[in-house]
Each structure stands twice: as structure tokens, then as C-alpha cells.
Ligand binder design. Structure first.
Ligand code: PLP
Length: 296
């Protein structure tokens, strides 16, 4: 646990970082968040995460009580207060304190929180051998019911799928959409290789447009790996030659099993993960070169 948390307008000791029981984030899951990874003191793809944060905010009619330089300063102040260079960052903005009732106007001021923790690397054996996935019976929220472009505090859909995975001793669950097409993991995007082509569910399948997913697609294109974004069935996944999932903290995580189908960690997975790490290194060097501008 970190010692300091950013709360609304300042860094406070973690023990003092308390949110009201009337906060609509707590009462209704009314709010948004971003999870980011910090490498050697640099928040990776920070601008992309902040753009998505603002998109989420605008889709729920929430005004973030800080401008972009203010958010960046708050992030780096929190990392500095905790003396963290390799970290996990969770930035949450909830609708704020207000009387009970769904009306957002009951809340005068959003609650703005940044939690940073030391990054505990995933065990190497997971990258070497892969994780197991379960195709959950819990379907992904209908995109017309809850826009997946909103990275919201409402996570019960994903938690129900995660519970299924845990009960089956699987590491991550893959959810299908209402049409029965592959959608995404509970906290990750899904990729697989079929006949040499990298396949991933398209955004129309009702998924979050993961920032890692976008970078992986970009890297595939730049490295002349065939790419297909589309609507796929579980059978496509079972018959794949390689499977992996992505997110900002796991990066590229190989998959060794989906239900009862088994996979070995393949060439495309390793290649893309290597390229991803190069991107991280290049980004970190470039941002460090900019020096204090990180804090502006
Ligand atoms: N899909 C869902 C539902 C997620 O919650 C996440 C990350 O939290 C992702 C995908 C991956 O997103 P990113 O690559 O931006 O971390």
C-alpha cells in the first residue's frame, strides 16, 4: 500500500483519504477511471489515457475538476510523494457527494482520486507458459445499454464473469456479446492468430478500445503482420494457433488454455511483446529527455 493518495486538490496520507458514503461513485458506480503503468518514473501513453478519461467524462456529462496540466501535475506529485518509479496508477473521478437519488445534479463537485502503488511484476512463469481463459456464460453488457467507450466504475458485469473464471480455476474470463461473438476479457482485450493472421474482435463487438490493443494493432501493421478486426465465434478461438490478451499492466500476456483447448506461446505473441517493450523504452527515453515538461 502506498503512503499517500491524491484527493481532490492535494496529496494526503492514505489513512486520511476517505470518501463519503453519499458519494455517487459508491452509491451508484457513477464515475469513471483509468489505469496506467509507470515505467522508470514516466506514465506510459499518458496523453492517450487522459484523452480516454475525458471521453468517458463527456459521455456521462461529468466535468473533471482539473485541466490536463493539472491532472499531470497531480499524478506526478503523487508518484513523487510515494517515491515510486515503477508503479500502477489508478485515477478515479466520481460524480461526487450528493443526496440519495440518481440525478447527477445532486452532486456539486466530482471526487478526484489518484492511487499509486508499487508495480508488482506478474510472475515470469505466466509470460513463459501463458494463462488460462474461460469463456464465461455472463455476456458483455449490450453496447446500446452501456456504451463500452465509457470506462466506468460500473464493473459488476465484468466481476460476474471474473467470479465464473475463479470458480473454474481460470485466470481471466472472456465475455461474448449478445450475438455470441467474442468480445473481450474482464480487464483485457483479446487477440489470436489464425492461419498467420492476427485476429481481434472489432470495436463494433461492444468492447473497450484498449490503449494497449491500439498499440498492438499499430505494431502488427508496422511489422507487416496480417490483421483482421471482426466478429468471431468461440470456435475461431479454440482453433487458433496462438492466443494472448492485452492491457496496460499485463502488456502482452500469452494464453495457454481456453476452456479445454490448449496453446503454446507462439512466435507472433513473442514478437509483438518484444516490439511493445521497445515502444515502452523509446517512449520513456523520449519523455525523460523532455525533463520537467512531464510535470507541466
Ligand atoms: N477491456 C476492459 C474491459 C478493461 O477493463 C481494460 C483495462 O482495464 C482493457 C480492455 C484494456 O485496456 P488498456 O489496454 O487501455 O489498459
Amino acid at each position: 500500500m502506498s503512503h499517500f493518495v491524491y484527493m481532490n486538490d492535494r496529496v494526503v496520507p492514505a489513512a486520511e483519504a476517505k470518501v463519503s458514503v453519499f458519494d455517487h461513485g459508491f452509491l451508484y458506480g457513477d464515475g469513471i477511471y483509468e489505469t496506467m503503468r509507470v515505467y522508470d518514473g514516466v506514465v506510459f501513453l499518458l496523453d492517450e489515457h487522459l484523452q480516454r478519461l475525458h471521453r468517458s467524462a463527456s459521455l456521462i456529462g461529468l466535468d473533471i475538476p482539473k485541466d490536463v496540466p493539472g491532472i499531470k501535475r497531480a499524478l506526478y506529485d503523487t508518484l513523487q510523494a510515494n517515491a515510486l518509479r515503477n508503479a500502477y496508477v489508478r485515477l478515479t473521478v466520481s460524480r461526487g457527494y450528493g443526496q440519495i437519488g440518481l440525478d447527477p445534479d445532486l452532486c456539486k463537485e466530482p471526487t478526484f482520486i489518484i492511487i499509486t502503488n508499487e508495480f508488482k511484476p506478474y510472475p515470469n512463469t505466466l509470460y513463459e507458459n501463458g494463462i488460462s481463459l474461460l469463456i464465461a456464460s455472463t455476456r458483455r453488457n449490450l453496447k446500446e445499454a452501456l456504451d463500452p467507450r465509457i470506462k466506468s466504475l460500473n464493473f459488476l458485469n465484468n466481476i460476474l464473469a471474473k467470479i465464473e473464471a475463479k470458480r473454474a480455476d481460470a485466470y481471466e474470463a472472456v465475455m461474448l456479446n449478445d450475438a455470441g461473438h467474442l468480445a473481450e476479457g474482464t480487464i483485457s482485450n483479446l487477440f489470436f492468430v489464425k492461419e498467420g493472421v492476427l485476429c481481434t474482435p472489432s470495436l463494433e463487438c461492444g468492447i473497450l478500445d484498449g490503449i494497449t490493443r491500439s498499440l498492438i494493432i499499430d505494431l502488427a501493421v508496422r511489422n507487416s503482420i496480417g490483421l483482421r478486426e471482426g466478429a468471431f465465434l468461440p470456435g475461431d478461438l479454440y482453433r487458433a494457433s496462438e492466443v494472448f490478451v492485452t492491457n496496460s499492466t499485463m502488456e502482452v500476456m500469452p494464453v495457454s488454455r481456453v476452456d479445454s483447448s490448449r496453446f503454446t506461446v507462439g512466435y507472433v505473441t513473442r514478437l509483438l511483446h518484444t516490439h511493445y517493450k521497445h515502444e515502452v523504452n523509446a517512449y520513456v527515453s523520449e519523455k525523460k529527455g523532455e525533463g520537467p515538461s512531464l510535470w507541466q
